[in-house]
Design a protein around this ligand. Structure first.
Ligand code: ADP
Length: 173
């Protein structure tokens, strides 16, 4: 699996799937969630509502999928990251679960290219460095014959620097 870093807006990325850092209501919010719903149009929210009616809220660490409305991607995988609350162990486990469940769901959808935002590092205040380590570890651990490329989309410079540093040792593999 190739790993790439792009600095920018995930709604502009041409991938088979982009990941949304949603909240458990699945009904939209601020940050990347708001940007995805704004750019993708009402179809995504409609599908999120249908999921809610079927299975209720999405638990932290879990993931669900919708199509991607007007976005260049085919699917949006919505995952709910943990809110940082000083329980490092519990938060880390839940954030790992987000990446694992998104990758598993992407495989089930036969996704070749998936783009992740820096889940939980905005409104949910997860420490960026730790979140980056977890993201890189989970992606590198995940063995897949289906997913060919994972893109980490960094919206801010601080995250971009963190990911560059974390991926440097693997650059020539
Ligand atoms: P959370 O509630 O999981 O913290 P946020 O959306 O507040 O979710 O932030 C998650 C990350 O997404 C942050 O690093 C934020 O800078 C980033 N982000 C915000 N808007 C976009 C966007 N349009 N594309 C990619 N990343 C974004």
């Amino acid at each position: 699996m190739k790993i790439e870093i792009i600095k920018g807006d995930i709604t502009k990325i041409h991938a088979d799937a982009i990941v949304n850092a949603a909240n458990s209501s699945l009904l939209g919010g601020g940050g990347v969630d708001g940007a995805i719903h704004r750019a993708g149009g009402p179809k995504i929210l409609e599908e999120c509502r249908a999921i809610r009616n079927r299975q209720g809220k999405c638990k932290t660490g879990e993931a669900v999928m919708t199509t991607a409305g007007n976005l260049p991607a085919k699917y949006v995988i919505h995952t709910v990251g943990p809110v940082w609350n000083d329980d490092k162990e519990k938060g880390s486990k839940l954030l790992s679960d987000c990446y694992k469940h998104c990758l598993k769901l992407a495989e089930d959808l036969k996704v070749k290219i998936i783009a992740f935002p820096n889940i939980s590092t905005g409104i949910y205040k997860f420490p960026k460095e730790l979140a980056g380590e977890i993201a890189v570890n989970e992606v590198r651990k995940f063995q897949s014959d289906i997913i060919e490329k994972v893109i980490f989309v960094c919206f801010d410079e601080e995250n971009e620097e963190i990911y560059k540093k974390l991926l440097k040792p693997f650059k020539h593999q």
